[in-house]
Design a protein around this ligand. Structure first.
Ligand SMILES: *Cc1c(COP(=O)(O)O)cnc(C)c1O
Length: 364
């Protein structure tokens, strides 16, 4: 690079994040049509958005005008949906953006955040960009939290933030409510990412944020409402943080299409929840079928995906074999996960095809 161009040294030497590949790129790489692909690698909603979203976006008004920086109407609908006050909700371009805004609000160079891998990668990926130091407290073998180790790490490093994912991506398990209660006693703020809570047999912490000063809950419309491509998520924050968050947030971070689509979704909750129940049914089907295959050991899931330990063959080889049949699943080249694959729940016919191919793989 030219000496006149002096970008940050830490970014120069940093590894790139590998996001999920687009359908077109996958199809091209595999020599298949987009319509023949079964994409089960990113926990997206195979049913797509509510039909009301498609209708609303077809006649989207006032695209030449900046969107509502407050997302006022959307926040009212989210308040009714979550049971949290609208005044404590902040919307973002996906929950991913809120992770960044939280880091910007809390972190001074060198401050520590606690991460609990194996978990969602964006906490530790974003942290160094905002000058946070990541201290990893690995989960137990069953992917439950090691609470005493988290407590010790918070004390030792005076950590400001503890990122927790429940249900956890990629393992699918919930955090025990008693563990959350215990961690809330710590001198740190808990950020509980509930991206998959709609699929779980558990209550959201959203209605509780109000009376707890050190609890933040992240939610998203990407998974249950099928809006991943439009980028719309939200956080529920203690009241004292709201005015400071507004100083940081880009005024027009939520684009008009995302705002309108999220509103239309929240006016069609019954349709979307029916699909959520169908996906949970398909996830249960996957758990049972995987347990019957001698080379897969599924972990119990409270989400729309199932993590499996793969034995008797390489997990990345299994991923490649499925890809040759147009079925895309998630493999992780990461500690504790190298012999695992994560598979999202699909439509019933997609699950049929997946199970058929897996049984063929076993016969070979
Ligand atoms: C998918 C996912 C998100 C991302 O949500 P967006 O709103 O699409 O940015 C956040 N957290 C977890 C755990 C996820 O799996």
């Amino acid at each position: 690079m030219s000496e006149k161009v002096r970008i940050r040294g830490d970014i120069q030497s940093m590894d790139a994040y590998t996001p999920t590949t687009s359908l077109d790129v996958f199809a091209q790489r595999l020599g298949l049509n987009v319509d023949d692909l079964i994409k089960l690698d990113a926990n997206e909603n195979p049913f797509g958005p509510s039909p009301r979203v498609v209708e609303a976006l077809a006649s989207l008004p006032n695209m030449q005008v900046y969107p509502d920086p407050e997302s006022g109407r959307l926040r009212e609908l989210l308040a009714a949906y979550t049971g949290a006050p609208a005044a404590q909700i902040l919307c973002g371009a996906g929950a991913d953006e809120l992770i960044e805004i939280i880091l910007q609000l809390f972190i001074e160079p060198g401050d520590v955040i606690i991460d609990t891998p194996p978990t969602f990668a964006m906490y530790s990926f974003n942290a160094p960009l905002y000058h946070a130091r990541v201290v990893n407290v690995y989960r137990n073998a069953d992917f439950s939290l090691d609470v005493p180790a988290i407590e010790a790490a918070v004390e030792r490093h005076r950590a400001k933030l503890v990122f927790l994912c429940s249900p956890n991506n990629p393992s699918g398990n919930l955090i025990e409510p008693a563990q959350i209660e215990r961690l809330l006693e710590l001198p740190a703020t808990l950020v509980v990412d509930e991206a998959y809570i709609e699929f779980a047999d558990a209550d959201s912490l959203a209605p509780r944020v109000g009376d707890i000063p050190n609890l933040i809950v992240l939610r998203t419309m990407s998974k249950w409402a099928g809006l991943a491509g439009l980028r719309i998520g939200y956080g529920i924050f203690p009241p004292q943080l709201m005015s400071h968050l507004r100083k940081i947030k880009q005024p027009y971070n939520v684009n008009l299409a995302a705002d309108i689509a999220a509103q239309a979704s929240l006016e069609d909750i019954d349709t979307l929840m029916l699909r959520v129940r169908q996906l949970v049914e398909q996830r249960r089907r996957l758990e049972v079928a995987f347990a019957e295959l001698p080379f897969l050991a599924p972990y119990p899931s409270q989400s729309n995906f199932v993590l499996n330990r793969v034995h008797g063959m390489g997990a990345s080889e299994l991923r490649d074999q499925l890809a040759r049949e147009g079925i895309i699943v998630r493999y992780y080249d990461k500690p504790r996960l190298r012999d695992h694959i994560r598979i999202s729940a699909g439509k019933p016919e997609q699950v049929d095809r997946l199970l058929e191919v897996l049984r063929e793989v076993w016969r070979e």
